[in-house]
Each structure stands twice: as C-alpha cells, then as structure tokens.
Design a protein around this ligand. Sequence first.
Ligand code: GAP
Length: 465
Amino acid sequence: MEKIVSLCKRRGFVFLSSEIYGGFASCYDFGPLGVQMKNNIKESWWVEMTQIQENVVGLDSAILMSPKVWQASGHLTAGFADELIECKKCNRRFRYDQLEELTLKDIEEELEKEGTINIPEVLKSQGNEFRKKWRKCECGMIIKEGPRKFNLMMKTFVGPVEDEAAVTYLRAETCQGIYVNFNNILNTMRFKIPFGVAQIGKAFRNEITLGNFIYRTREFEQMEMQWFCHPQEADKFFDYWKEHRMKWYLGLGIKKENLRFKQVQKEELAHYARKAVDIEYKFPFGWKEIEGIHNRGDWDLSNHSKHSGQDLKYEGYYPYIIETSAGADRSFLTFLIDAFHEIKGGRTKTTKAVKEEEVVLKLDKKLAPIKIAVLPLVKNKPELVKKAKEVYELLKTHFVCQYDEVGSIGRRYRRMDEVGAPLALTIDFESLEKEDLTIRDRDTMGQERVKIEDLTEVLKEKLEN
Ligand code: GAP
C-alpha cells in the first residue's frame, strides 16, 4: 500500500485534501491523472449500464433531499448506525467490530486486577457476557462500557437559520434519489417493468474508522443501478446482475484470482436488504468488499409510499429492487493495485537499469489516464521538437496525449510506463526524412514504425482493440 500511496502522490493521482493545513479527516483529492482515470472508470460503467444494457436509463438527482426521505428509508433510525466504542485512556473511537474479542485468559487477568474474588465462578456465570462486551483497545486499555449506536448520516443545515427545522442530511447512498423519482421515470420514459435506473454521484457517511488510503472515506462516489422487477423475477435478475457486475471488473483487466463473491449472512444484512452478495477484491490489507448486489425487495418503494402518501405501486404491486452498488473510489484503488507491477532490475536489457525497481502500471487501455505519449528523441534538435509538436497537435483532438521532452528517452518511457500510458510515440531523425515515427507498446516494449499520415487510424485501432 505504501508504494501505491507514494505513486499516487508522486505522479498526481491522489493528494491528501487540505494538505497545506496538514490534511483533513481522511479526505482526498484526485489530481490531474487521478481525475482522468476516475472519469474513465465512471464512463466505462455509465456506457455499460445506460447504453449497452437494455432498459436502463440515467439520472442525476440532488445530493440534498428532504429529510423525510431518510426517515422513510430507515437511515435515520437504528438501521444505519455502526456500533461505536470509545477508549477513555487514549480518547480514540473504534467501530466495535474492529477490535478483537478478549480471550477468557484476558478476562481472568482483568478480573484479577479488579480484585474479584471467586474468579472461576464469575467466569463461569458471566465469562461469555464479558467476552461479548469487553474489547481491548490498541493502546492496551480494556474497554468495558460496551458499544453504543452511532448514526452515520452527515447532518447539515439548509438556509440561514440553524435550528431543528432546517436540519437535513447529505445523502448516504445515491439510490434514494432514484426511488423518489420512480413515478417520474416510469411516466416520462413510458417504461414497463422490468427496467433500471443508473446514477453516479457523491455520497457521505460519518464513518467512525477510516484508513487504508481511499478505501473507506467520509466522502466518496457511488455508481449505483436500481433494477425494478416483478417479485417473482427478483431471484433470476439478482443472479443476472451479480454475474454481469463480476464480468465488468474482469473485462477491465482485474485478475480473476483477486476477485470473489461473498454471500452476506442474514445477521450482517443491511436494514433494507433481503439478500446480498458482495464482490470482494484481494487488497494488500485482505479480502474486502468493492461492490454490493442487493435484493432490496419492496422496502424502499413501500416505505416511500407510506411516508409520502404517493402511490409508488406498478399495476397494483410494489416492484422488487435489485441493486448493484459500486464505489468509484474503491474501484479506482482496485484497478490501480491490480495494474501495479514492480520489476526488479528493470525491464530493459540493452541499457543499464536506471532504477533498481521499475514500475509498470498495466492499466486497461480504456482506463489509462494518458493514452499516448509524444516524445521527440532529444530536445536540443529544434527540427525534432517541431515535428513532435506537430504530431501532438494532430492527435490531441482524438486522444488524451502528453507531450514530454525532458530527460533521456529511456527515462521518459519509464515515466510513461509508471502512469500506465499504453503507447509512446518517438519522433527521431528518420521521422524527418520518412514522415514516420515509432510506436512503443507499454507492456511488450515492442516498437513499430508507422507513417504519420496513417497514425490516427492505427492508434484508434490499437486503443480500441
Ligand atoms: N445503496 C447501497 C449501498 O450504499 P453499501 O454496501 O453501503 O451499499 C456500496 O455501499 C458501495 O459503496 C461499497 O461496496 C463501496 O464500494 C462504496 N462505499 C460504501 N461506503 C464507502 C466509504 N465509506 N468509502 C468509500 N466507498 C464506500
């Protein structure tokens, strides 16, 4: 992870938010290459959902909604709360499930410290209870208070008066904007069930514990699709979308062995879900969820009907909702980690390795932030620079290109490999005579000469296949 974080900062993918003030609450900014790559991820998801899939349309609903939405959805009640414990010694807060249970031996020692008499009997009668309730903090302190519920909704005020009447919340999931627009979409699109609505946007959660870089943050982006169907077809569509979403990650190059499904157990289901499967990725910090596929049943439409007084039934029944819910930032981290390759001693065998370790980001071409590097062989030959700039001008309206003339050509190739640019074009002395250049492939390092007049077509072919 350290290497990923360092690459992100060094090459302009991700910066700490408010860095000049020492950072802020695990918030991050996507830099020039990061925003480009995240946009590519979102674009790929959007095209897949709203263009390639049939009967799925897009929506961009407001982040701020009536607080009644969150009453109806169950997010303001116990449903959307984590269990929190607080250490009185080091003043840190933890999610209850993140600290390990104590062993009976730990409890015995603690009882001894407390001066408890008849420890074996106390252990026998209350041992299990203590084990459930007590946790050991990272500082060593035993926390005995047990957890309390902590709601994750981010509160804010709308308008100039900060009183209870002005309270609302930043959305905690983008999908609620879809449910409250159910009738609008049904009527304006003249849809019949089944159909889907896709949305990409920011969501906010007052997470208790963060960490692991951009894996869990308080402000993040979701890519969610809600599929409205007949209850009897819910299982069939659940399986369809589950497989479909797995294929999306595989299709964009994530290694199969690093992905798996995890069936969510009944007691771990979110308050709205009847059934759920997570897609998990093997991060350096363990297998972790990157996307959830949920059967939300009629939870959302029936609750919004009840609370709003509007009839959100379709032909007399509440459609069931199958949801696919992915994080754009988590996907970003996943693609980055999976593409990261470090080659000891470097790949070039013809020249001495410039660095002991060479990094190649083998990103799928669709996701790479820079598609093409345009490089004059050397910068102190004006005719080469002029030609290279002409090539750059020719290409820039078709592809995301970067012109670079600083440093040796070997170094520049490695800089481009490190940010995952799939192709690098080199303009050399032969180019001046023959009106051609070399195209270098990031992964194979193979080079071929191509006429400049054919260049756009050749590059399109290479980047699209
Ligand atoms: N609408 C359903 C829903 O929001 P979720 O499992 O709570 O379900 C779905 O979240 C996805 O959103 C997660 O799999 C993850 O990719 C992303 N996500 C959730 N909380 C996040 C956080 N604090 N930071 C970054 N991504 C998060």
